[in-house]
Design a protein around this ligand. Structure first.
Ligand code: AMP
Length: 458
């Protein structure tokens, strides 16, 4: 056998850093998607889906040429027409493009939009870091008042902490704007220049290009230097300071706890004023395992050639949330189990079941089948395992007589009913069963309830 044919026989594998979301994991994902959708609706955000591929320049112009994302992590290639395109590494730039392109500026402001979709970064794969990962995010365009920043944080906090019950830690900072940041950057660069020898190689390279990023370097020596570095909050202009103070007042009013983190800068160029991140609570690697982050980006739309439109938003990593839920042992709500099992014998039984199944589903009955099993016994075992309340049996005799056997799975009692009456009959029985169980769940002894029921019927 040649080498080539050996290779051809190797089963295909996932690309590095990519992940299948298996059926067993879907309950948590569905829950997360539902919570995000419900929160968006409650807070008045409309869904916007943008393509996963955009012109490369959209990201390099906005996220910044010197950022890790643009520099090292984008999936960029030339398409067949010679265009330079990228898989989106995040969604905010695409939303800004869409805002301009669809004339959202002419709608009542703020325009509040959200997404839930895959993003792509050629990151070094490790725990919680993938090359395709999902983010959901909320963006609000058109209002510069810090109440919007506060509402974004309130939304993120309510979603993660109240709805999903995750213990979290909120980190906030302000990184100023084009008025005050240049001066701060000068001061910061001076500070680092005189300590250059103590910096890691990466930071030494970054110093002339993106000195802010030195503040969140993970190397121990650099972290020590960062803790003594001048802080931007001491260099904010009046407007940025007032904005930040007001935001903190809003958070205090909301009783949302936060940590002022002078080293929080976020890795993207487009932020102005407020920046924040949400970390798992008590995680020593908080900054590396951040669940989400965001901030204000007042210059982004203008930078892309639109009007001057202030904006604020945040993004959360869905895989990080799913992993964190599992880590702190929070299960998604249970999916309603099937209540009725449809068992059949022979070809005729199978035909009838196939049709009856859909009719029952349309009738709002949670029904399950096992059309590939032949024996009734084996099918009833499945029904037992699924904890079904009733089984419907379509055997040879029932097919001949145009009937169905209803089997009560609790006590094994079986009754024959007309095929045409089976749906109303099963609905009636399910109703009775549910009422009995609601009462049982409310701690009313079953025999008392049954006595009352019988007296009523007499
Ligand atoms: P960022 O805007 O880069 O801070 O990303 C926002 C959130 O997306 C992060 O806090 C993570 O939860 C998530 N995220 C970013 N990059 C990745 C990745 N490579 N794999 C999984 N999740 C990621």
């Amino acid at each position: 056998m040649t080498k080539k044919s050996n290779k051809a026989k190797q089963p295909p594998q996932l690309l590095r850093g990519m992940k299948d979301i298996l059926p067993a994991d879907q309950a948590a994902w569905l829950w997360l998607r539902q919570v995000v959708k419900d929160m968006a609706e409650s807070y008045g955000f409309k869904r916007l889906d943008t393509p996963i591929m955009e012109a490369e320049s959209l990201f390099s112009r906005t996220i910044g040429e010197s950022s890790d994302i643009v520099n090292k992590e984008m999936f960029t290639f030339t398409d067949r027409g010679g265009g330079k395109v990228s898989l989106r590494p995040e969604n905010t730039a695409s939303f800004a493009r869409a805002y301009i392109e669809h004339g959202f500026v002419n709608q009542p402001q703020p325009v509040k939009l959200y997404y839930f979709g895959p993003q792509f970064r050629y990151d070094r794969p490790q725990a919680g870091r993938y090359r395709q990962f999902f983010q959901f995010g909320f963006e609000s365009f058109g209002d510069k008042n810090p109440v919007n920043d506060a509402q974004m944080i309130q939304l993120a906090h309510a979603l993660l902490s109240y709805e999903l019950k995750l213990p979290i830690s909120l980190q906030v900072n302000s990184i100023g704007d084009k008025e005050c940041r240049p001066n701060y950057i000068k001061t910061l660069t001076e500070y680092y220049k005189s300590r250059k020898n103590a910096l890691c190689e990466n930071c030494r390279e970054r110093l002339p290009v993106n000195p802010l990023r030195l503040l969140d370097c993970k190397e121990k020596d650099c972290q020590e230097l960062a803790s003594g570095a001048p802080q931007i909050v001491d260099h904010l202009c009046e407007e940025c300071r007032d904005h930040f103070v007001l935001l903190l007042e809003y958070l205090d009013e909301l009783e949302i706890g936060y940590e002022l983190n002078p080293r929080l800068v976020r890795g993207l160029d487009y932020y102005t004023k407020t920046v924040f991140e949400i970390w798992p609570a008590d995680d020593p690697n908080g900054s590396q395992s951040a669940l989400g982050g965001g901030g204000r980006y007042d210059d982004l739309i203008e930078l892309l050639g639109g009007h001057s439109v202030p904006a604020v938003g945040f993004a959360v990593g869905a895989e990080r949330i799913i992993n964190q839920l599992a880590k702190v042992k929070i299960d998604p709500p249970a999916v309603p189990a099937p209540e009725v099992f449809l068992a059949q014998l022979g070809e005729k039984g199978r035909k009838r079941s196939l049709k009856l199944f859909e009719e029952m589903r349309r009738g709002g009955i949670r029904v399950m089948e096992c059309l590939s099993k032949e024996s009734i016994k084996a099918q009833l075992e499945v029904a037992n395992r699924l904890n079904c309340v009733f089984s419907l049996i379509l055997g040879q005799k029932e097919i001949m007589d145009d009937t169905v056997l209803i089997r009560d799975m609790e006590n094994g009692i079986q009754e024959v009913v007309d095929f045409t009456k089976v749906i109303p009959e099963i609905k009636k029985r399910l109703e009775k069963y549910r009422t009995k169980h609601v009462k049982l769940d409310n701690n009313v002894p079953a025999d008392q309830e049954q006595n009352k029921e019988e007296q009523k019927n007499e």
